[in-house]
Design a protein around this ligand. Structure first.
Ligand code: FAD
Ligand code: EPU
Length: 336
C-alpha cells in the first residue's frame, strides 16, 4: 500500500504505451483506499483496472491508484436467480468462468473481454448480443469528495450503449469497489449474433449449453481480435455510430452495401469497422501505429508507438469517415 514514484505504466495498459505515473499505489480494500487518499493532497488522477480501455497520451502527473480488491461471494439465491458479488479487482474473464463452472447463466456471451470486474459497469461492457446491464444488480462505490461508500442500483447507473453515469456525469468522482450480478439458474441462450450459430455448428455442438456458447465466443474473438500480449490494442477504438432515419436513407442511397442495424428507437447503428475499412484504413501502418488487418475498428501498437501516434491516427480516421460518409465517429477508448 506504499506510494511509489515515477512508475512505468507500460505493462499496465494493453496498448503497451510507455508512460509514467508520478505517483502510484495499489489498494486491496476500502480502508487502504481511504488511507491512501488521506496521505495524499488532492484527488487521484487515474483509477486503474486492467488498463484495457485507456490510451495514455502523456505521463500521468499525479496519483494512479490500481484497484486490486478481490473476492467472489454468493450473496443469496431465490427460485430463479443467484446473486453474486465480485470485488472490483477480480479479472473479468476469470469471474465469468467461475460463474460458468457453477452453471450460473448470463455472462457466457461476455467471455474473454479483457479487464477487471470494477470497470464492467463503466461503459456497460457488451459483446455478441449481451450487455452487462441485462445481468447487473447493483454496485458499491466510494465517493472521493464525500469520502463515503454509496450503493447504485440498475436505474442509478443509467446504462446505455457503452455508457453509464460513471463515464459521464460522475466522471472521476467514484471508485467502484464491488459489483453484484444476478445470474440465472435456468439459462436463456443468446445465439442470435450470426457468427455464434456458425461457430457452434463448426464445433459440432449437439446439446447447447452456456459453456458451449462461451467457447464459441472465445473462438470467434481469438480469430479476429488481436491478443494484447502480442499486439498492443484496446479493443474497438470507436463506438458504432447511431444515426437517424433521414441520414440513414441518404447514406443507403449512396452506399447500398453499408452495414447497419435498426434500433428499437427507430434509429440505425452503423458498423464503424465497415466505414473505416471503406476509407482504406484496414491494415494501414505508419511507424508502429496501425489499424488491425482483420478488424478496422481496432487500432494497434506494433511495439513502440506513442499514445500521441495512436491518437493522431485516430484523428485522421475520424476526419476521413466524416468526409466520405458525413458520419461522426466517437472514441470509445478513454483518452488520458
Ligand atoms: P481500465 O482500462 O483500467 O479503465 C477504463 C476506465 O474505467 C478508466 O477511465 C478508469 O479510470 C475507469 N475505471 C476502471 N476501474 C474503475 C473502478 N474500479 N472505479 C472507477 N473507475 C474505474 N469492451 C467491451 O465492452 N466489449 C468487448 O467486446 C471488448 N473487447 C475488447 C477486446 C480487446 C482485445 C481489448 C483490449 C479490449 C476490449 N474491450 C471490450 C474494452 C475493455 O476490455 C473493457 O472496457 C473493460 O471493461 C475495461 O476494463 P479495465 O479494467 O481494463 O479498465
Ligand atoms: N466489419 C467490416 N470491416 C471491419 C470490421 C467489421 O466490414 O474491418 C463489419 C463486419 O463484417 C460485421 C460488422 O462490421 O458485419 C460488425 O463487426 P463485428 O461483428 O466484428 O463487431 P463490431 O461492431 O466491429 C462490436 C463491439 C465489440 C464486440 C463485437 C461483438 C463496439 C464499438 N464494438 O464490434 O466490442 O466485441 O461487436 O459483439 O460496439 C469493444 O468494445 O472494445 C469491442 C471489441
Amino acid at each position: 500500500m506504499q506510494i511509489q514514484e515515477n512508475i512505468s505504466l507500460k505493462q499496465l495498459n494493453t496498448f503497451g504505451i510507455e508512460a509514467k505515473a508520478r505517483r502510484f499505489a495499489v489498494f486491496s480494500d476500502t480502508d487502504e483506499l481511504e488511507e491512501l487518499l488521506a496521505t495524499e493532497a488532492g484527488q487521484p488522477t487515474l483509477i486503474l483496472g486492467g488498463g484495457s480501455n485507456i490510451l495514455l497520451t502523456k505521463d500521468v502527473d499525479g496519483l494512479v491508484l490500481k484497484n486490486e480488491i478481490k473476492g467472489i461471494e454468493e450473496l443469496h439465491e431465490d427460485a430463479d436467480y443467484v446473486y453474486v458479488k465480485a470485488g472490483a479487482g477480480e479479472n473479468w474473464h476469470e469471474f465469468v468462468q467461475y460463474c460458468l463452472k457453477r452453471n450460473w447463466a448470463g455472462l457466457e456471451n461476455l467471455s474473454l473481454i479483457p479487464g477487471l470486474v470494477g470497470a464492467s459497469p463503466m461503459q456497460n461492457i457488451g459483446a455478441y448480443g449481451v450487455e452487462i446491464a441485462e445481468l447487473f444488480w447493483g454496485l458499491e462505490a466510494f465517493h472521493l469528495q464525500e469520502k463515503k461508500v454509496l450503493t447504485f442500483s440498475l436505474s442509478d447507473c443509467e446504462f446505455g450503449y457503452r455508457e453509464s453515469v460513471f463515464k459521464r456525469k460522475y466522471k472521476g468522482q467514484f471508485v467502484i469497489l464491488n459489483v453484484t450480478y444476478r445470474l440465472r439458474k435456468k439459462p436463456v441462450f443468446h445465439t442470435g449474433y450470426g457468427a455464434i450459430q456458425q461457430e457452434l455448428e463448426k464445433m459440432g455442438v449437439k446439446d447447447l449449453s452456456i459453456q458451449a456458447i462461451s467457447q464459441a465466443v472465445i473462438n470467434i474473438r481469438s480469430s479476429k481480435l488481436p491478443d494484447p500480449k502480442v499486439t498492443g490494442n484496446a479493443g474497438s477504438f470507436f463506438k458504432n455510430p447511431e444515426i437517424q432515419p433521414l441520414q440513414y436513407d441518404l447514406l443507403k442511397e449512396k452506399f447500398p452495401e453499408a452495414i447497419a442495424y435498426s434500433l428499437v428507437n427507430g434509429n440505425y447503428k452503423l458498423a464503424a469497422g465497415w466505414l473505416i475499412e471503406q476509407c482504406g484504413w484496414k491494415g494501414f501502418r505508419e511507424g508502429d501505429a496501425g489499424v488491425h488487418p482483420k478488424q478496422a475498428l481496432v487500432l494497434v501498437n506494433y511495439g513502440h508507438a506513442s499514445g500521441r501516434d495512436i491518437y493522431d491516427l485516430s484523428e485522421k480516421i475520424l476526419l476521413s469517415v466524416k468526409e466520405k460518409f458525413d458520419v461522426e465517429l466517437e472514441r470509445e477508448v478513454n483518452i488520458l
